[in-house]
Structure formats: C-alpha cells, structure tokens
Design a protein around this ligand. Structure first.
Ligand SMILES: *[C@@H]1O[C@H](CO)[C@@H](O)[C@H](O)[C@H]1NC(C)=O
Ligand SMILES: *[C@@H]1O[C@H](CO)[C@@H](O)[C@H](O)[C@H]1NC(C)=O
Ligand SMILES: *[C@@H]1O[C@H](CO)[C@@H](O)[C@H](O)[C@H]1NC(C)=O
Length: 334
C-alpha cells in the first residue's frame, strides 16, 4: 500500500526507458538504459535469508557494479530511527487511555496482554538460539505503546502476529542491502525523509483512525477465537516474491500492512469510512509519494550522468516503517 514503486514505474515509462531483464524471468530488476546503466530493484521487507538464494545473479551483479545505492529511507542512520520514534508519539502529556474510546482501549490492552503471553510459544528455536527473547522482542515492538498515536498502534497490532514474529531477528532485505552497500564502501542515500512517510499517516482524522483500529482489533479477536483464518501471511508474500510473481506482490492488497478495510459485509456507513481511508492512503501514500520520489530519482540521474545508480525500493506495497523500529537499530548496533 505504501510504495507500489514498480507498479508506478510501469505507468511512467516515458520518463526513462525501463525494461525488465530478459535473462531471468523471476527478476525484480529494471535497467535504465544509459552509459553506465542504472537500475531499479524491487526489495521486500522480509528477512533476507528467506529470499537471498532466489535472487537472480543479474540483480546481485547490478548491485555490486553500481557506484551509488539509494534506498527509500536511510535505515542505517540513527536519526531515521529517532525521527520515526518521535513522529509516532502522541503530543507530550497525552496517553492512549485519554485518547481512545474506553471499549477500544480495553480491547487493545487485552489483546496486547494476549500477545505478550503467546510470544514465547511463537518464537522459533532458531530465534532463541540467536539470543532473541520474547520479553525483549515484545518490548522492542510494543514497549511504550500507551504513548503511541492510534494509527501506529494499529500498524503495530497488525505486525504482532505469530507469522510476523517468526520472521524477526534477521535484517530485512532492504536493511541487508544497506549494510552490504556500506561494507562495500559504496555511496548511499535515501530519496525520502521519515517525516514524509510518517506525516501522511498521522493525517488520518480521529474517526477514521478509530474505525481502522476497531477493525484491526475485530480481526485479531476473530483470529484469537479461531473464527477467522489468517487471510494472507508473510509466508505467502515470500513465496510470491521468490517465484517472481510481481502481480501478486503488487496488486494483492492483502499484502499491505495497512489492513484493507474494504469489506463488503460492512454496513453502508462503515463501508463509506473504509472507502475514505482507502482513497486517502492511495492519494497520500501512493500517488503523491510516487511523484515526489520520481522527481528526486530523475534529478539524481540528471545530476550524475556518469554514475551507475542502484535504486532499491519496496516492490510490494508494504510500509517500511511498521517494521523499522528499535529492533533494527539493535540489530545494527549488535
Ligand atoms: C473525518 O473525515 C471525514 C471525511 O473527510 C469526515 O466525513 C468526518 O466528519 C471527519 N471526522 C472528524 C472527527 O473530523
Ligand atoms: C467497532 O466495530 C463494530 C462492528 O463494526 C461496531 O459495532 C462497534 O460499534 C465499533 N466500536 C467502536 C468503538 O467504534
Ligand atoms: C469481512 O467481514 C466479515 C465479518 O466481520 C468476516 O467474517 C469476513 O471474513 C471478512 N471478509 C474479508 C474478505 O475480510
């Protein structure tokens, strides 16, 4: 939902001449034809170990040969993490308990207690072997939740599922590429600032956010009660990515971390709210953002015609923010 870059590129091919590499069908690599060539690469926010072996050699080679690597955000910069943390917080002195309707607050608290209780059983022996403990992980993701803005709590609740917890503790592919770029002493940069990704989310109004949080909690409660199957998991996303199934990655709305509220069984007034949220996200986080990022990419390429760029942006429509909190910083500093 957030990025949908590659989808966007398909629609703006008049800006650059892009074509998918023909040698590997399952490739998320696009070449910008110039001398030396530059590249767009569609990454994914899942542990790199789950996808690395499936990434075609031509993509790895393009990464190695490029001079400058650009990401959406600079996740290796401590400022990114601290800016994100403060952008997610409620204004000074406010607490979720003061802000949320009583019923929602109570259900949220109960759900987080459930997650905390379940977390040790969700973690894999591999994670424990790496010294990743449930208490630590819960605090890294959900600590300080009472001070977060409701929209961020909603995203957080969405990422506190068994399938997602099992993927924690290994750098996600974009972060891994950033670390590799640093190790190879490449020049790196980011086309966006945290605030540009964060502020649009904070711009949903109160009734919209409460609706979204309520729907998210209802979904988690159904999952807990066993009356709902997990609709789409990280595992599905990884499988589609490894098969190079671009359409599933990009067009399947269920892959987004912002839940899709357009549920036809909702009563009409709630359906209208769902639609409002959907078009707000589409406008702010896809159209406006793509245009902004596109302009910056174009400027960079024009400014450095002699350099080979590797732009690594999310291929799926996932938020790079929901999963880039303290935990990444800890991975970086460990
Ligand atoms: C939120 O925005 C929607 C649509 O723009 C509007 O109908 C609604 O009244 C707003 N709610 C609040 C609390 O501002
Ligand atoms: C949450 O959603 C349910 C079902 O759509 C609705 O009946 C309930 O009033 C909502 N609660 C709040 C606090 O909005
Ligand atoms: C829509 O909502 C109903 C009731 O809340 C739920 O049973 C159903 O699974 C939902 N459908 C989708 C596609 O999310």
């Amino acid at each position: 939902m957030f990025v949908c870059w590659i989808w966007w590129l398909g629609r703006f091919t008049n800006i650059f001449f892009l074509y998918p590499q023909q040698t590997d069908l399952n490739s998320f690599l696009w070449t910008i034809k110039r001398d030396p060539p530059s590249y767009f690469y569609g990454t994914i926010h899942v542990p790199y170990t789950r996808v690395w072996d499936f990434i075609p050699e031509n993509s790895k080679q393009a990464f190695q040969e490029s001079n400058i690597v650009y990401f959406e955000l600079d996740l290796t910069d401590p400022y990114t993490i601290s800016a994100l943390t403060s952008c997610q917080l409620l204004p000074q002195g406010e607490n979720l308990q003061d802000v949320l309707p009583r019923d929602i607050y109570r259900r949220l608290k109960r759900h987080l207690e459930y997650v905390k209780l379940m977390m040790p059983s969700w973690m894999t022996p591999d994670q424990r072997g790496k010294g990743l403990y449930a208490d630590y992980l819960f605090n890294a993701i959900a600590g300080n939740w009472e001070r977060k803005r409701p929209v961020w709590v909603m995203l957080m609740v969405n990422s506190l599922t068994e399938a997602d917890i099992k993927t924690r503790g290994v750098p996600v592919l974009d972060l891994y590429l950033a670390q590799e770029a640093e190790r190879m002493r490449k020049r790196t940069g980011a086309v966006e600032k945290v605030e540009e990704q964060c502020h649009p989310l904070n711009g949903l109004n109160f009734s919209q956010v409460i609706f979204a949080l309520n729907q998210t909690l209802l979904q988690q409660e159904s999952l807990r009660a066993g009356s709902l199957q997990v609709p789409y998991t990280t595992e599905d996303l990884i499988r589609h990515y490894n098969c190079g199934d671009l359409n599933s990655i990009i067009f399947n709305h269920d892959t987004s971390q912002v839940p899709n509220f357009n549920n036809v069984t909702l009563p009409p007034n709630e359906q209208a709210t769902a639609q409002e949220i959907d078009s707000y996200f589409r406008q702010e986080l896809i159209y406006k953002r793509n245009e902004r990022m596109g302009k910056r990419v174009k400027a960079l390429l024009e400014e450095h015609p002699d350099k080979s760029f590797f732009f690594a942006f999310g291929a799926g429509c996932q938020s790079s923010l929901a999963n880039s909190g303290r935990e990444n910083k800890d991975i970086l500093t460990s």
